[in-house]
Design a protein around this ligand. Sequence first.
Ligand code: BV8
Ligand code: ZN
Length: 245
Amino acid sequence: MGTQIFSEELVKKLRSASSVAVLTGAGISAESGVPTFRGENGLWKKFKPEELANFQAFIRNPQLVWEWYQYRRRIIEIIRPNPGHYAIAEMERRHENFTVITQNVDNLHIHAGSKDVYELHGNIMRNYCIDCGKNANDDEVLRCDTVPHCACGGLVRPDVVWFGELLPEKPWNAGVKAAESAQVFFAIGTSAVVYPAAELPRIAKRAGAYTVEINIERTELSPFVDEVLLGKSGEILPQLVEAVY
Ligand code: BV8
Ligand code: ZN
């Protein structure tokens, strides 16, 4: 076991916490082999996510955007949760209220056994028609390498939240509620630059939660939280579970 990098205070607080919330980003899936967005091995270095993950880019070049999501789906279909995901699923079983709010679209928290999971930015395995809104989740759509069209003739798009699009009400409201009632709030594997998701740790802090960041490097959020744990989430989280429960 590595040296314990988290405080005894965090251990104590977790032992007595009835409500805990976790905001996760691409970093928690990095050790499963999912490329992050903004790291050195970020997705498609030649494009910034903001240039691909928006409706105008899709209308301008639906085939390019569809290919980007097909490339990411291919990765997501073969990867597995890592010890960080499993540790979070274990933590959920130890607290009366435990909420996972994720920016990720890769389903790995669910596959690891987490139950109370809210997807702020949608889910890459779901699609819908931009004209009639009809779901297009069947396999043949997911197999399509050219951007599919709905029976009504409309383009089919991934059911994810693009830049400039509103987050789905239910996950967002659940995230705010969890942040406002948590005694301990974690921000794990997120660069904390995308809003309104990045607001959640700040809401938690203002509501009195003990806030903890787990990341391999410091971020814009680091100065605001109570404790920064520098290291890989897949290593730190199992150590924390081992020490606390
Ligand atoms: C909205 C979905 C309201 C699909 C994504 C100017 C200032 C402030 C805000 C804005 C602004 N201009 C525009 C905005 C709003 C904009 C925004 O925040 N832009 C930012 C970039 C400035 N937000 C929006 O548009 C949102 N909607 O505001 O609507 C509205 C609407 C209409 C009119 C008015 C208002 C919508 C945001 C959602 C965008 N969709 N993706 C898809 O995935 O393709 S965001 C995209 O970034 C991903 O979803 C990802 O989840 C998200 C955040 O990235 P991270 O998860 O943090 O990943 P990243 O690679 O950045 O970082 C990884 C981290 O992990 C790093 O820190 C790294 O160090 C760490 N790490 C790596 N390995 C490990 C690790 N940590 C631990 N262990 C490891 N092993
Ligand atoms: Zn349609």
